[in-house]
Design a protein around this ligand. Structure first.
Ligand code: NDP
Ligand code: MG
Length: 385
Protein backbone atom coordinates (compact mmCIF):
# COMPACT_ATOMS: atom_id res chain seq x y z
CA UNK A 1 0.00 0.00 0.00
CA UNK A 2 1.33 3.43 -0.86
CA UNK A 3 1.36 6.33 1.60
CA UNK A 4 0.31 8.79 -1.08
CA UNK A 5 -2.97 10.48 -0.27
CA UNK A 6 -5.33 11.07 -3.19
CA UNK A 7 -6.91 14.51 -3.32
CA UNK A 8 -9.83 15.89 -5.32
CA UNK A 9 -9.29 19.64 -5.72
CA UNK A 10 -12.65 21.28 -6.42
CA UNK A 11 -12.02 24.87 -7.50
CA UNK A 12 -8.50 24.11 -8.72
CA UNK A 13 -8.11 27.37 -10.68
CA UNK A 14 -9.04 29.69 -7.80
CA UNK A 15 -7.08 31.39 -5.06
CA UNK A 16 -7.35 28.48 -2.59
CA UNK A 17 -7.18 25.82 -5.31
CA UNK A 18 -3.95 27.12 -6.81
CA UNK A 19 -2.34 27.48 -3.38
CA UNK A 20 -3.39 23.88 -2.62
CA UNK A 21 -1.72 22.79 -5.85
CA UNK A 22 1.41 24.61 -4.71
CA UNK A 23 1.36 22.55 -1.48
CA UNK A 24 0.76 19.32 -3.42
CA UNK A 25 3.80 20.14 -5.59
CA UNK A 26 5.94 21.10 -2.58
CA UNK A 27 5.00 17.84 -0.83
CA UNK A 28 6.93 15.70 -3.36
CA UNK A 29 4.67 12.68 -3.74
CA UNK A 30 2.93 12.82 -0.37
CA UNK A 31 -0.25 13.83 -2.23
CA UNK A 32 -1.58 13.02 -5.67
CA UNK A 33 -4.33 15.09 -7.28
CA UNK A 34 -6.60 12.48 -8.84
CA UNK A 35 -9.42 14.94 -9.60
CA UNK A 36 -9.09 18.61 -10.61
CA UNK A 37 -12.27 20.64 -11.12
CA UNK A 38 -12.98 24.25 -12.05
CA UNK A 39 -15.85 26.48 -13.15
CA UNK A 40 -15.04 28.12 -16.52
CA UNK A 41 -11.32 28.72 -16.78
CA UNK A 42 -10.28 26.01 -19.25
CA UNK A 43 -6.76 27.25 -19.84
CA UNK A 44 -5.84 27.45 -16.14
CA UNK A 45 -7.41 24.04 -15.53
CA UNK A 46 -5.55 22.54 -18.50
CA UNK A 47 -2.28 24.08 -17.26
CA UNK A 48 -2.68 22.58 -13.80
CA UNK A 49 -3.80 19.22 -15.17
CA UNK A 50 -0.90 18.93 -17.58
CA UNK A 51 1.49 19.38 -14.64
CA UNK A 52 -0.33 17.24 -12.06
CA UNK A 53 -1.75 14.57 -14.43
CA UNK A 54 -4.99 13.81 -12.56
CA UNK A 55 -7.15 10.87 -13.65
CA UNK A 56 -9.97 13.28 -14.46
CA UNK A 57 -10.43 17.01 -15.06
CA UNK A 58 -13.89 18.55 -14.72
CA UNK A 59 -15.20 21.85 -16.00
CA UNK A 60 -18.54 22.91 -14.48
CA UNK A 61 -19.63 24.89 -17.56
CA UNK A 62 -20.76 22.15 -19.97
CA UNK A 63 -20.29 24.18 -23.17
CA UNK A 64 -16.54 24.26 -22.45
CA UNK A 65 -16.05 20.50 -22.48
CA UNK A 66 -14.80 20.32 -26.10
CA UNK A 67 -12.07 22.88 -25.34
CA UNK A 68 -11.00 20.95 -22.24
CA UNK A 69 -10.94 17.68 -24.20
CA UNK A 70 -8.83 19.23 -26.93
CA UNK A 71 -6.24 20.24 -24.32
CA UNK A 72 -6.19 17.17 -22.09
CA UNK A 73 -7.35 14.06 -23.92
CA UNK A 74 -4.04 13.79 -25.82
CA UNK A 75 -2.42 13.44 -22.37
CA UNK A 76 -4.73 10.54 -21.47
CA UNK A 77 -6.70 12.60 -18.93
CA UNK A 78 -10.45 11.94 -18.82
CA UNK A 79 -12.49 15.11 -19.23
CA UNK A 80 -15.96 15.65 -17.82
CA UNK A 81 -18.35 18.60 -17.40
CA UNK A 82 -21.26 19.68 -15.24
CA UNK A 83 -22.30 19.74 -11.60
CA UNK A 84 -23.19 16.03 -11.60
CA UNK A 85 -19.65 15.08 -12.62
CA UNK A 86 -18.35 17.05 -9.62
CA UNK A 87 -20.64 15.14 -7.27
CA UNK A 88 -19.70 11.76 -8.75
CA UNK A 89 -15.95 12.37 -8.78
CA UNK A 90 -15.99 13.73 -5.21
CA UNK A 91 -17.16 10.24 -4.24
CA UNK A 92 -14.83 8.24 -6.56
CA UNK A 93 -12.89 5.23 -5.25
CA UNK A 94 -9.49 6.84 -5.92
CA UNK A 95 -10.24 9.90 -3.76
CA UNK A 96 -9.26 10.04 -0.06
CA UNK A 97 -9.77 13.74 0.67
CA UNK A 98 -11.90 16.32 -1.09
CA UNK A 99 -10.67 19.91 -0.91
CA UNK A 100 -13.79 22.04 -1.37
CA UNK A 101 -12.51 25.31 -2.83
CA UNK A 102 -15.30 26.25 -5.22
CA UNK A 103 -17.03 29.51 -4.42
CA UNK A 104 -20.58 29.93 -3.05
CA UNK A 105 -23.53 27.55 -3.06
CA UNK A 106 -21.82 25.30 -5.66
CA UNK A 107 -19.78 23.73 -2.82
CA UNK A 108 -22.76 22.13 -1.09
CA UNK A 109 -23.73 19.24 -3.39
CA UNK A 110 -20.24 17.76 -3.97
CA UNK A 111 -19.44 18.08 -0.25
CA UNK A 112 -22.57 16.14 0.68
CA UNK A 113 -21.76 13.52 -1.93
CA UNK A 114 -18.19 13.18 -0.56
CA UNK A 115 -19.43 12.82 3.04
CA UNK A 116 -21.94 10.16 2.01
CA UNK A 117 -19.06 8.27 0.37
CA UNK A 118 -16.96 8.51 3.57
CA UNK A 119 -14.32 10.89 2.18
CA UNK A 120 -12.45 13.29 4.41
CA UNK A 121 -13.14 16.95 3.70
CA UNK A 122 -10.65 19.82 3.69
CA UNK A 123 -13.27 22.53 3.87
CA UNK A 124 -12.53 25.91 2.31
CA UNK A 125 -16.06 26.47 0.98
CA UNK A 126 -17.60 27.98 4.14
CA UNK A 127 -20.87 28.58 2.28
CA UNK A 128 -21.55 24.82 2.61
CA UNK A 129 -21.91 25.22 6.40
CA UNK A 130 -23.64 28.59 6.11
CA UNK A 131 -26.32 27.19 3.79
CA UNK A 132 -26.87 23.80 5.40
CA UNK A 133 -24.75 23.46 8.56
CA UNK A 134 -27.30 21.44 10.46
CA UNK A 135 -27.76 18.93 7.63
CA UNK A 136 -24.00 18.59 7.05
CA UNK A 137 -23.43 17.96 10.78
CA UNK A 138 -26.04 15.22 10.77
CA UNK A 139 -24.51 13.58 7.68
CA UNK A 140 -21.06 13.74 9.30
CA UNK A 141 -22.39 11.99 12.41
CA UNK A 142 -23.57 9.10 10.21
CA UNK A 143 -20.32 8.84 8.21
CA UNK A 144 -16.64 7.99 8.88
CA UNK A 145 -15.73 11.31 7.16
CA UNK A 146 -13.77 13.90 9.08
CA UNK A 147 -13.81 17.59 8.31
CA UNK A 148 -10.62 19.69 8.48
CA UNK A 149 -11.15 23.45 8.25
CA UNK A 150 -9.11 25.43 5.71
CA UNK A 151 -10.48 28.84 6.66
CA UNK A 152 -7.57 30.39 8.59
CA UNK A 153 -9.68 31.35 11.63
CA UNK A 154 -11.18 27.89 11.96
CA UNK A 155 -7.83 26.22 11.42
CA UNK A 156 -6.51 28.41 14.27
CA UNK A 157 -9.40 27.42 16.56
CA UNK A 158 -8.96 23.76 15.61
CA UNK A 159 -5.28 24.00 16.56
CA UNK A 160 -6.09 25.74 19.88
CA UNK A 161 -8.71 23.11 20.76
CA UNK A 162 -6.44 20.11 20.28
CA UNK A 163 -5.74 18.34 23.56
CA UNK A 164 -8.47 20.27 25.41
CA UNK A 165 -11.73 18.93 26.85
CA UNK A 166 -14.85 20.30 25.14
CA UNK A 167 -16.39 21.21 28.53
CA UNK A 168 -13.46 23.50 29.38
CA UNK A 169 -14.00 25.79 26.38
CA UNK A 170 -15.85 28.97 27.26
CA UNK A 171 -15.54 31.14 24.12
CA UNK A 172 -14.22 31.26 20.57
CA UNK A 173 -12.76 34.62 19.49
CA UNK A 174 -12.68 34.92 15.70
CA UNK A 175 -10.33 37.64 14.54
CA UNK A 176 -11.15 39.89 11.56
CA UNK A 177 -8.86 42.23 9.66
CA UNK A 178 -11.67 44.77 9.38
CA UNK A 179 -11.19 44.87 5.60
CA UNK A 180 -10.45 47.93 3.46
CA UNK A 181 -13.14 50.13 5.07
CA UNK A 182 -12.14 49.79 8.71
CA UNK A 183 -10.97 53.40 8.90
CA UNK A 184 -13.49 54.90 6.41
CA UNK A 185 -16.50 56.96 7.50
CA UNK A 186 -19.98 55.56 6.89
CA UNK A 187 -20.62 58.37 4.37
CA UNK A 188 -17.52 57.43 2.34
CA UNK A 189 -18.47 53.76 2.49
CA UNK A 190 -21.85 54.58 0.96
CA UNK A 191 -19.95 55.81 -2.12
CA UNK A 192 -17.40 52.95 -2.19
CA UNK A 193 -16.83 51.24 -5.53
CA UNK A 194 -15.98 47.62 -6.29
CA UNK A 195 -12.37 48.70 -6.91
CA UNK A 196 -12.20 50.17 -3.38
CA UNK A 197 -13.73 47.06 -1.85
CA UNK A 198 -11.38 44.74 -3.75
CA UNK A 199 -8.30 46.29 -2.05
CA UNK A 200 -7.99 43.94 0.90
CA UNK A 201 -5.23 45.09 3.25
CA UNK A 202 -3.73 41.68 4.15
CA UNK A 203 -5.06 38.79 2.09
CA UNK A 204 -5.13 38.11 -1.64
CA UNK A 205 -8.32 36.12 -2.31
CA UNK A 206 -11.04 35.53 -4.90
CA UNK A 207 -13.35 38.48 -5.69
CA UNK A 208 -16.47 37.18 -3.90
CA UNK A 209 -14.82 36.56 -0.53
CA UNK A 210 -12.93 39.87 -0.83
CA UNK A 211 -16.26 41.74 -1.10
CA UNK A 212 -17.65 39.61 1.76
CA UNK A 213 -14.64 40.76 3.81
CA UNK A 214 -15.35 44.40 2.95
CA UNK A 215 -18.96 44.07 4.20
CA UNK A 216 -17.81 41.80 7.05
CA UNK A 217 -20.49 39.30 6.00
CA UNK A 218 -17.49 36.98 5.69
CA UNK A 219 -17.08 37.26 9.48
CA UNK A 220 -20.78 36.57 10.00
CA UNK A 221 -20.37 33.49 7.80
CA UNK A 222 -17.35 32.44 9.85
CA UNK A 223 -19.38 32.69 13.09
CA UNK A 224 -21.98 30.40 11.51
CA UNK A 225 -19.23 28.12 10.19
CA UNK A 226 -17.70 27.91 13.71
CA UNK A 227 -21.06 27.14 15.27
CA UNK A 228 -21.41 24.01 13.11
CA UNK A 229 -17.75 22.97 12.98
CA UNK A 230 -17.16 23.15 16.73
CA UNK A 231 -20.70 22.61 18.05
CA UNK A 232 -20.71 25.88 20.03
CA UNK A 233 -23.67 27.93 21.18
CA UNK A 234 -23.98 31.17 19.17
CA UNK A 235 -23.39 33.26 22.33
CA UNK A 236 -19.99 31.55 22.76
CA UNK A 237 -18.63 32.97 19.50
CA UNK A 238 -17.37 36.54 19.17
CA UNK A 239 -15.65 38.51 16.41
CA UNK A 240 -12.75 40.84 17.24
CA UNK A 241 -11.02 43.18 14.79
CA UNK A 242 -7.26 42.64 14.54
CA UNK A 243 -5.95 44.67 11.59
CA UNK A 244 -2.54 42.94 11.32
CA UNK A 245 -4.03 39.45 10.59
CA UNK A 246 -1.28 37.72 12.57
CA UNK A 247 -3.38 36.21 15.35
CA UNK A 248 -5.65 33.97 13.28
CA UNK A 249 -8.14 33.33 16.11
CA UNK A 250 -8.29 32.44 19.80
CA UNK A 251 -10.05 30.17 22.30
CA UNK A 252 -10.86 31.21 25.86
CA UNK A 253 -11.12 28.45 28.47
CA UNK A 254 -13.01 28.07 31.77
CA UNK A 255 -10.03 29.24 33.85
CA UNK A 256 -9.72 32.46 31.81
CA UNK A 257 -6.67 31.30 29.83
CA UNK A 258 -6.66 32.26 26.15
CA UNK A 259 -4.84 30.25 23.48
CA UNK A 260 -4.08 31.85 20.12
CA UNK A 261 -2.53 30.62 16.87
CA UNK A 262 -0.22 33.06 15.09
CA UNK A 263 1.31 33.04 11.65
CA UNK A 264 1.93 35.09 8.53
CA UNK A 265 -1.26 35.68 6.50
CA UNK A 266 -0.60 32.87 4.00
CA UNK A 267 -3.42 30.43 3.26
CA UNK A 268 -0.96 27.69 2.36
CA UNK A 269 -0.40 27.14 6.09
CA UNK A 270 -4.00 26.16 6.93
CA UNK A 271 -4.33 24.34 3.58
CA UNK A 272 -1.29 22.17 4.37
CA UNK A 273 -2.51 21.55 7.93
CA UNK A 274 -5.92 20.41 6.62
CA UNK A 275 -4.54 18.21 3.84
CA UNK A 276 -2.08 16.68 6.31
CA UNK A 277 -4.90 15.99 8.80
CA UNK A 278 -3.02 18.03 11.46
CA UNK A 279 0.41 16.59 10.59
CA UNK A 280 2.96 19.42 10.36
CA UNK A 281 5.62 19.52 7.63
CA UNK A 282 8.18 22.14 6.58
CA UNK A 283 7.17 23.18 3.06
CA UNK A 284 9.53 26.14 3.00
CA UNK A 285 6.77 28.72 3.56
CA UNK A 286 7.49 32.23 4.91
CA UNK A 287 7.79 32.40 8.68
CA UNK A 288 6.67 34.93 11.24
CA UNK A 289 9.46 36.95 12.83
CA UNK A 290 7.83 38.40 15.92
CA UNK A 291 10.85 40.57 16.68
CA UNK A 292 10.18 42.58 13.52
CA UNK A 293 6.60 43.32 14.51
CA UNK A 294 6.00 46.49 16.45
CA UNK A 295 2.32 46.09 17.38
CA UNK A 296 -0.60 43.70 17.47
CA UNK A 297 -3.85 45.58 18.09
CA UNK A 298 -7.44 44.56 18.76
CA UNK A 299 -10.71 46.50 18.66
CA UNK A 300 -14.45 45.80 18.76
CA UNK A 301 -16.14 45.74 15.33
CA UNK A 302 -18.31 48.76 14.43
CA UNK A 303 -21.86 47.39 14.06
CA UNK A 304 -23.15 50.57 12.40
CA UNK A 305 -20.60 50.52 9.61
CA UNK A 306 -20.81 46.75 9.19
CA UNK A 307 -24.49 45.79 9.63
CA UNK A 308 -23.88 42.48 7.80
CA UNK A 309 -21.99 41.23 10.85
CA UNK A 310 -25.26 41.21 12.82
CA UNK A 311 -26.76 38.75 10.33
CA UNK A 312 -24.85 35.90 12.02
CA UNK A 313 -26.82 36.25 15.28
CA UNK A 314 -30.06 36.69 13.34
CA UNK A 315 -29.46 33.56 11.26
CA UNK A 316 -28.37 31.40 14.19
CA UNK A 317 -31.28 32.48 16.40
CA UNK A 318 -33.89 32.08 13.68
CA UNK A 319 -32.33 28.89 12.26
CA UNK A 320 -34.12 26.91 9.54
CA UNK A 321 -33.42 28.13 6.01
CA UNK A 322 -32.57 31.73 6.99
CA UNK A 323 -28.79 31.48 6.48
CA UNK A 324 -29.44 29.81 3.11
CA UNK A 325 -31.50 32.86 2.10
CA UNK A 326 -28.77 35.23 3.31
CA UNK A 327 -26.11 33.37 1.33
CA UNK A 328 -28.13 33.29 -1.90
CA UNK A 329 -29.16 36.96 -1.68
CA UNK A 330 -25.57 37.90 -0.96
CA UNK A 331 -24.22 36.00 -3.98
CA UNK A 332 -26.60 37.93 -6.24
CA UNK A 333 -25.96 41.26 -4.49
CA UNK A 334 -22.16 40.85 -4.59
CA UNK A 335 -22.28 40.08 -8.32
CA UNK A 336 -24.46 43.18 -8.86
CA UNK A 337 -22.05 45.31 -6.78
CA UNK A 338 -19.07 44.03 -8.78
CA UNK A 339 -20.94 45.00 -11.97
CA UNK A 340 -21.61 48.49 -10.52
CA UNK A 341 -25.38 47.90 -10.54
CA UNK A 342 -25.85 48.58 -6.82
CA UNK A 343 -23.97 50.41 -4.05
CA UNK A 344 -22.11 49.07 -1.03
CA UNK A 345 -24.95 49.34 1.54
CA UNK A 346 -27.42 47.94 -1.02
CA UNK A 347 -25.78 44.56 -0.42
CA UNK A 348 -27.11 44.54 3.16
CA UNK A 349 -30.49 45.96 2.09
CA UNK A 350 -30.89 43.31 -0.60
CA UNK A 351 -30.21 40.55 1.92
CA UNK A 352 -32.75 41.95 4.43
CA UNK A 353 -35.46 42.50 1.81
CA UNK A 354 -34.90 38.99 0.42
CA UNK A 355 -35.23 37.56 3.95
CA UNK A 356 -38.61 39.34 4.24
CA UNK A 357 -39.90 37.79 1.03
CA UNK A 358 -38.68 34.18 0.99
CA UNK A 359 -40.89 31.78 3.01
CA UNK A 360 -39.31 30.53 6.25
CA UNK A 361 -38.79 26.76 6.59
CA UNK A 362 -38.06 25.70 10.17
CA UNK A 363 -36.63 22.22 9.50
CA UNK A 364 -35.36 22.18 5.93
CA UNK A 365 -34.54 19.00 4.02
CA UNK A 366 -31.92 19.02 1.27
CA UNK A 367 -34.67 19.70 -1.27
CA UNK A 368 -35.89 22.65 0.81
CA UNK A 369 -32.37 24.15 0.67
CA UNK A 370 -32.30 23.72 -3.11
CA UNK A 371 -35.71 25.42 -3.42
CA UNK A 372 -34.79 28.19 -0.95
CA UNK A 373 -31.56 28.93 -2.81
CA UNK A 374 -33.42 29.18 -6.14
CA UNK A 375 -36.22 31.37 -4.74
CA UNK A 376 -33.86 33.69 -2.83
CA UNK A 377 -31.74 34.19 -5.95
CA UNK A 378 -34.87 34.99 -7.98
CA UNK A 379 -36.07 37.54 -5.41
CA UNK A 380 -32.63 39.13 -4.99
CA UNK A 381 -32.24 39.43 -8.78
CA UNK A 382 -35.55 41.26 -8.95
CA UNK A 383 -34.47 43.59 -6.12
CA UNK A 384 -31.09 44.42 -7.66
CA UNK A 385 -32.46 45.15 -11.14
P1 NDP B 1 -11.90 32.02 -6.35
O1 NDP B 1 -12.95 32.87 -6.94
O2 NDP B 1 -10.49 32.48 -6.41
O3 NDP B 1 -11.96 30.57 -6.99
C1 NDP B 1 -13.17 29.86 -7.08
C2 NDP B 1 -12.93 28.53 -7.75
O4 NDP B 1 -14.17 27.85 -7.87
C3 NDP B 1 -12.35 28.65 -9.15
O5 NDP B 1 -11.53 27.53 -9.39
C4 NDP B 1 -13.62 28.57 -10.02
O6 NDP B 1 -13.36 28.11 -11.32
C5 NDP B 1 -14.39 27.52 -9.24
N1 NDP B 1 -15.82 27.54 -9.49
C6 NDP B 1 -16.65 28.60 -9.54
N2 NDP B 1 -17.92 28.20 -9.74
C7 NDP B 1 -17.88 26.85 -9.83
C8 NDP B 1 -18.86 25.85 -10.05
N3 NDP B 1 -20.15 26.15 -10.22
N4 NDP B 1 -18.46 24.56 -10.05
C9 NDP B 1 -17.17 24.24 -9.89
N5 NDP B 1 -16.19 25.13 -9.69
C10 NDP B 1 -16.55 26.43 -9.66
O7 NDP B 1 -12.34 31.77 -4.82
P2 NDP B 1 -11.42 31.53 -3.55
O8 NDP B 1 -10.38 30.52 -3.85
O9 NDP B 1 -11.04 32.84 -2.99
O10 NDP B 1 -12.47 30.92 -2.54
C11 NDP B 1 -12.92 29.57 -2.64
C12 NDP B 1 -13.69 29.21 -1.36
O11 NDP B 1 -12.78 29.25 -0.28
C13 NDP B 1 -14.80 30.19 -1.03
O12 NDP B 1 -15.87 29.49 -0.46
C14 NDP B 1 -14.18 31.11 0.02
O13 NDP B 1 -15.12 31.63 0.93
C15 NDP B 1 -13.23 30.13 0.73
N6 NDP B 1 -12.09 30.77 1.37
C16 NDP B 1 -11.17 31.45 0.61
C17 NDP B 1 -10.08 32.06 1.19
C18 NDP B 1 -9.03 32.72 0.36
O14 NDP B 1 -8.00 33.13 0.90
N7 NDP B 1 -9.20 32.86 -0.94
C19 NDP B 1 -9.91 32.05 2.65
C20 NDP B 1 -10.90 31.29 3.36
C21 NDP B 1 -11.96 30.68 2.72
P3 NDP B 1 -13.07 29.12 -12.57
O15 NDP B 1 -12.15 30.17 -12.07
O16 NDP B 1 -12.46 28.17 -13.54
O17 NDP B 1 -14.37 29.65 -13.03
MG1 MG C 1 -11.32 33.37 7.04
Amino acid sequence: MSDTKNIAVLGATGSIGSQAIDIIERAHGRYRATVLAAGRNVSALADAASRLRPRVAIIAEESLLPALKAALEPLGITCRAGAKALQEEAAADDVDTVLTATVGYSGLAPTISAIKAGKDIALANKETLVVAGELVRRLLSESPSKIYPVDSEHSAIYQCLRGERAESVSRLIITASGGPFRTWSRADMARATAADALKHPNWSMGAKITIDSATMLNKAFEIIEARWLFDMRPDQIDALVHPQSIVHSMVEFADGAIKAQLGVPDMRLPIAYALGETDRQDYGLPRLTLGQMSTLTFEEPDAEKFPCLGLARYALERGGNSACVINAANEIAVAAFLHREIGYFDIYDTICRTLDRVPFVAEPTYDDYVATNAEARRVAKELTK
